[in-house]
Design a protein around this ligand. Structure first.
Ligand SMILES: [Zn+2]
Length: 99
């Protein structure tokens, strides 16, 4: 099996797993409860990880890359007028300033 994703936050890893599931790729979540338990390992080795069968690795990495470049679901604040904007907007609807 190949590791295709890891992050300090289980939420991020769970999200990545959803991305793979949506792409039809089975993945295995490892280290879900292990954080901090293995004192001799580098910290990132104890992070939650996603693993897939070897042949699925390229497709899994592509799916995760597509998800990473998709619009993120974070509201942003206009630097010109201070309006709080939904993530799907790239310019401020109030004053027209770009992000
Ligand atoms: Zn604005």
């Amino acid at each position: 099996m190949k590791r295709v994703f890891r992050a300090a936050s289980l939420i991020q890893v769970a999200h990545a797993r959803n991305v793979l599931t949506a792409a039809g790729i089975d993945s295995e979540l490892r280290n879900q409860y292990l954080a901090g338990a293995l004192g001799d390992l580098p910290l990132w080795e104890t992070w939650p990880q996603l693993w897939v069968e070897d042949p699925l690795e390229p497709a899994a990495l592509r799916a995760l890359e597509r998800a990473a470049t998709a619009p993120v679901g974070t509201p942003w604040t206009c630097s010109q007028c201070g309006e709080l904007l939904e993530p799907q907007f790239t310019t401020c609807w109030r004053c027209g300033a770009a992000d």
